[in-house]
Write a protein that binds this ligand. Structure first.
Ligand code: NAD
Length: 440
């Protein structure tokens, strides 16, 4: 079994570390955030991710999983070092490599023998080589001669189903330059390897590109159906049926064909922009992705327009907002459509009653600037109470089965904006609602 350090204990690092420890390896999860590490040592999981808590607690109890802020010790006492820190967008839209390169320097400063350095963060093509040269330079300046391998192992998990995705990946991508590194990675992922998970073995640059190409394609697929939905609204077609029939074509597949308020989250928005930057820096264009980014911004504002055009004016209107996270089963709000839509509604004079099953803590600081225009509610019907409209922004399961008698009894409105298309338009019209979905 391998001894592994995972540097960066966020959504990706914590899930990877916990599950690799469940696979039997000894894992040290490292972070610079002392609070986070303290919480984890006390059994508190800093993120909401279904199924993760029990895996963390079990493996921590059996001492296969530990948490630390001591990167020196983690580097020196482990053979495989994963880098899983954030790569947020820099001002020009490119991925900010500051955190990745800081960790690379730390690894080089503390290295004491052969290490396999695995980059799991999403990084522009060429970063693996950059990390290699930084580490080589520092080792040389230390007058040491340790050998090491760089591996690119991009992560494809989805928040909200991260445990399932990590344990049942469609493929594991390994970019490396030596047989030794490939063998070590097969050992790391032995449980998946013997289960016949497809492994893609390639060079570092290809592995780095696979991640960006995959995310950009998925973002484009979502945007495609959103734009088709917008046309459907004008011509009397039903995008739900269009998407279903399209998805039945094996070449297309039904996934990521759900019309909605635009994609968000910690990956698609930043990775699409970063890909256009990578292309530009290399004298190329990915015009489909440039168009995707623009259309996605328009889609969020289109949701605002739908509400505004129903009322004409939002002054003195109180609107119930159900869901602020970028998708259900996560507390993550990075680049969520709500971050654009809610302030726009407030700008037009609306007051908002907001409920989200897991997003309230995160939302409270992200929407602090909206002051008392926003009221956080502790459940769905408190949010709906005495409002002029109900807006579904995130398709949490508990919003899929609303009690419409109760909605009316608490003073909910006939205006029902279903921006995730989780209700049937005809049924809602028959119930007496003014139903507005996306492309239906
Ligand atoms: P995150 O922000 O949740 O976590 C990053 C962690 O790294 C934080 O806890 C931070 O404190 C820590 N950190 C920063 N600098 C450090 C240092 N020098 N030493 C130790 N720890 C340090 O980020 P995330 O969502 O887990 O994403 C990590 C990477 O994985 C990104 O490149 C992202 O694009 C990619 N990715 C994310 C997802 C996802 O769904 N979140 C999926 C696939 C890939």
């Amino acid at each position: 079994m391998a001894k592994i350090a995972v540097i960066g204990t966020g959504y990706v690092g914590l899930v990877s570390g916990a599950i690799l420890s469940d696979f039997g390896h000894t894992i040290t999860c490292v972070d610079i955030d002392q609070n986070k590490i303290n919480e984890l040592k006390n059994g508190v999981i800093p993120i909401y991710e279904p199924g993760l808590q029990s895996i963390v607690q079990k493996n921590y109890y059996y001492k296969r999983l530990s948490f630390s802020t001591n990167i020196k010790e983690a580097v020196q006492s482990n053979d495989v070092i994963f880098i899983a820190v954030g790569t947020p967008p820099a001002e020009d839209g490119s991925a900010d490599l500051k955190y990745v390169l800081d960790v690379a320097k730390n690894i080089a400063e503390y290295m004491n023998g052969y290490k396999v350095i695995v980059n799991k963060s999403t990084v522009p093509v060429g970063t693996g080589q950059k990390v290699k040269s930084i580490i080589r330079d520092i080792i040389e300046s230390r007058q040491e001669d340790f050998s090491f391998d760089i591996v690119s192992n991009p992560e494809f998990l989805r928040e909200g189903s991260a445990v399932q995705d990590f344990t049942h990946p469609d493929r594991v991508v390994i970019g490396a330059e030596s047989h030794r590194a490939f063998d070590v990675m097969k050992e790391v992922y032995r449980v998946l390897y013997i289960n016949e998970t497809p492994f893609v073995e390639t060079n570092i640059e290809t592995a780095e590109m696979i991640k960006y190409a995959s995310n950009a394609f998925l973002a484009m697929k979502i945007t495609f159906i959103n734009e088709i939905a917008n046309v459907c609204e004008k011509v009397g077609a039903d995008v739900q049926k269009v998407a279903k029939a399209m998805g039945q074509d094996g070449r297309i597949s039904p996934k990521f064909l759900h019309a909605g308020p635009g994609y968000g989250g910690s990956c698609f928005p930043k990775d699409t922009v970063a890909l256009t930057k990578i292309a530009k820096d290399n004298g190329e264009r990915v015009s489909l992705i440039e168009a995707t980014i623009e259309a996605n911004e328009r889609q969020k504002l289109r949701m605002v327009d739908k509400i505004v055009s129903a009322f004409g004016d939002l002054k003195d209107k109180t609107i119930a907002i159900l869901g602020v996270t970028f998708k259900p089963n996560t507390d993550d709000m990075r680049d969520a459509p709500s971050l654009v839509i809610l302030p726009e509604l407030v700008k037009r004079g609306a007051r908002l009653n907001v409920f989200d099953p897991e997003g309230i803590k995160e939302g409270a600081w992200r929407f602090k600037h909206l002051g008392d225009h926003i009221k956080w509610c502790s459940n769905t019907y408190e949010a709906i109470q005495n409002t002029d409209a109900t807006v579904i922004l995130t398709e949490w399961n508990e919003f899929r089965n609303l009690d419409f008698d109760k909605l009316r009894a608490v003073g909910g409105s006939q205006y029902f904006f279903d921006f995730r298309n989780i209700y049937n338009k005809q049924t809602m019209l028959e119930k007496g609602f003014k139903y507005i979905g996306v492309g239906v």
